[in-house]
Ligand binder design. Structure first.
Ligand SMILES: [Zn+2]
Length: 239
């Protein structure tokens, strides 16, 4: 699906959606980890998946040029979810980084931020793109939007929550200047960059490959993403 990997990365090959229990060679797979599931996302696509405690989640930017909206809800009580405001409060930072444990709207530990190959820009300010946001910014874009993608995923999971928490916008470059103004830049994620997280409890996670090009946040047309879920494989050589 992503044949144009740059030199230095290895394609995953003919990976089909939702394959379970397969072992794949991917250049930067940590030894002792087994790929359980791979979700390739074209721009505008999303996926919702149950992520059990202990699962490692890797969000890959195979070609660069892709912002990924991420949500996480506690499986046992989806009114508890990953909250950007609570994380800014918990970490006294607007930009989360490897080593941080990301928390819920009740300060429960949800996701441990393990690794980040980018230069560290993952927006925590912006709401998900939506029909209304496109109208607000005067865009006539009619792309699939991240808010609808989230609601569709929640509906499919049988979760009757109609709010859209502000997502964690992986690979989206934003920053605040000394006057308090928010600035958007073009994503600095390069082909093959990824973010890796560790689930601290059972979660429903939703990932949406944002289709928006407002503000040129994608650095051109968005190019798709991959979501990989790993489980520790204690039988692996060298584990
Ligand atoms: Zn979006």
């Amino acid at each position: 699906m992503f044949p144009d990997f740059q030199e230095g990365t290895e394609p995953l090959g003919d990976v089909e959606r939702h394959m379970v229990g397969i072992h794949l060679a991917y250049k930067r797979v940590p030894r002792g980890l087994t790929i359980e599931t791979v979700y390739p996302l074209a721009p505008g696509e999303s996926v919702g998946c149950s992520v059990t405690a202990g699962t490692t989640v890797r969000v890959v930017n195979p070609r660069g040029h892709q912002v990924v909206d991420l949500w996480a809800f506690v499986q046992s009580d989806p009114t508890e979810y990953l909250s950007m405001a609570h994380n800014r409060t918990a970490h006294y930072s607007t930009r989360f980084q490897a080593g941080h444990v990301l928390v819920s709207n009740r300060f429960k530990k949800l996701l441990r931020f393990i690794e980040d190959t980018t230069d560290g820009f993952h927006d925590s300010f912006h709401a998900a793109c939506s029909v209304q946001s496109y109208a607000h910014f005067g865009s006539d874009q009619q792309h699939p939007n991240c808010e609808d993608n989230l609601q569709k995923a929640l509906h499919e999971a049988g979760i009757a929550i109609q709010i859209t928490p502000p997502p964690w916008n992986l690979f989206e470059k934003s920053f605040v200047d000394e006057d308090g103004l928010i600035h958007d830049g073009t994503t600095s994620a390069k082909a093959g960059d990824y973010v890796e997280l560790h689930a601290e409890c059972d979660l429903l996670m939703v990932f949406s490959a944002c289709r928006s090009t407002i503000g040129n946040i994608q650095g051109g047309d968005p190019a798709g993403a991959q979501i990989l879920l790993y489980q520790h494989d204690t039988s692996a050589a060298g584990y």
